[in-house]
Ligand binder design. Structure first.
Ligand code: TYM
Length: 334
């Protein structure tokens, strides 16, 4: 039976990239009636130091982002990772299955560690193995993510296959990455070759889900583009990363294809397109940021929702963890 798992790090502001690449699609999957489990991965966030008070606030704010994007805690399980200890426990077991060489090949590790691998936490290196545990501890079959997480989901498949092979079982299903829609890789508004990211030092490079209408409009107006008008066809976006990015964002926000967007705006300059994009973005995002700030007025209610979600998640995860440890030869006598 299909079961979806996905997660977001509560390590800073949620961005338009997180919304279009993940949150909006998470809500769609829930509405299609598939079993959906969504997680604020606080154990992943601490692979780089987080101020403890800030981590709490960011976790609640990310939870508010899920709720405001349409995640309904009575239809989806929504929780923070550290409240379900099975993630960390299966993570350890999978650390003993995964190979150092596999971790070394992860492009996100290479980007983050750079020439400073020696100074990174051991947790940052092992991060993809914990991510595999997140998915496998629910026997999840589908993982909606943005393009940048594809390699980690593929690694999860390799870890599942090696576990099954090493212990001669057919226990962990191989999960499929779901990478769909026009905005699987939203780029920086300042540089079309860089991913839009909550960790980019330039705030103008991204739209935050908490930005107000004026800020959103200003950031789109100032977005870096070339001077040519928009092409009539998608092929005409070749070699125009910034133009392609804005067209993809428009398409994803409007539930259109990029070709349909160009059908409407092809031949027009950015002087016309950017204000239309800004208006569309404000109309879609303002209700979300308004709802997020309303929810943030009641942090105890958010904590209650996360606790309830964690209890439900635990019920699914515990038996799968127990079976895993038993397969590996651990005595289970309490
Ligand atoms: P994170 O927190 O970096 O991002 C959360 C989700 O948002 C997507 N995303 C984007 N999509 C399109 N364009 C962008 N610019 C953009 N930036 C981020 C990401 O692809 C992701 O889907 N390792 C994960 C968190 C994680 C996880 C998991 C995900 C931990 N365990 C298990 C799935 C399943 C991460 O750091 O995502």
């Amino acid at each position: 039976t299909p079961r979806i798992f996905s997660g977001i790090q509560p390590s800073g502001n949620l961005t338009l990239g997180n919304y279009l690449g993940a949150l909006k699609r998470f809500a769609q999957k829930q509405d299609e009636g598939i079993e959906t489990i969504y997680c604020l991965v606080d154990l992943h966030a601490i692979t780089v130091w987080q101020d403890p008070e800030a981590l709490k606030r960011q976790t609640r704010e990310a939870a508010a982002g899920f709720l405001a994007s349409g995640i309904d805690p009575s239809r989806s399980i929504l929780f923070n990772q550290s409240q379900v200890s099975a993630h960390a426990e299966l993570g350890w077991a999978l650390n003993c299955v995964a190979r150092m060489g596999w971790m070394n090949r992860m492009t996100q590790w290479k980007d983050k560690a750079g020439k400073n691998a020696e100074k990174q936490s051991l947790g940052l290196f092992a991060y993809p193995s914990l991510m595999a545990a997140d998915i496998l501890v629910y026997h999840a079959t589908m993982v909606p993510v943005g393009e940048d997480q594809k390699q980690h989901v593929e690694l999860t498949r390799d870890i599942a296959a090696k576990f099954n092979h090493d212990y001669g079982v057919d226990f962990f299903p191989a999960p499929l990455p779901l990478i769909e829609g026009a905005a699987t890789r939203v780029m920086s508004l300042r540089d079309g070759s860089k991913k839009m990211s909550k960790s980019d030092p330039s705030d103008a490079s991204r739209i935050n889900l908490t930005d107000d209408a004026d800020t959103i409009a200003k950031k789109f107006r100032k977005a870096v583009t070339d001077p040519e008008p928009l092409p009539e066809t998608v092929e005409g976006l070749e070699g125009r990363a910034e133009a392609r990015n804005l067209v993809n964002i428009y398409a994803a926000l409007a539930d259109m294809t990029p070709a349909q967007v160009l059908g409407e705006f092809g031949g027009q300059g950015f002087g016309a397109f950017k204000p239309a994009l800004a208006d569309l973005a404000v109309s879609k995002l303002e209700p979300i940021s308004t709802e997020m700030s309303r929810l943030m007025n009641d942090p105890a209610e958010i904590d209650r929702i996360l606790g309830e979600g964690a209890a439900k998640a635990d019920e699914i995860a515990q038996p799968i963890l127990a079976k895993t440890l038993e397969i590996m030869g651990m005595i289970r006598s309490r």
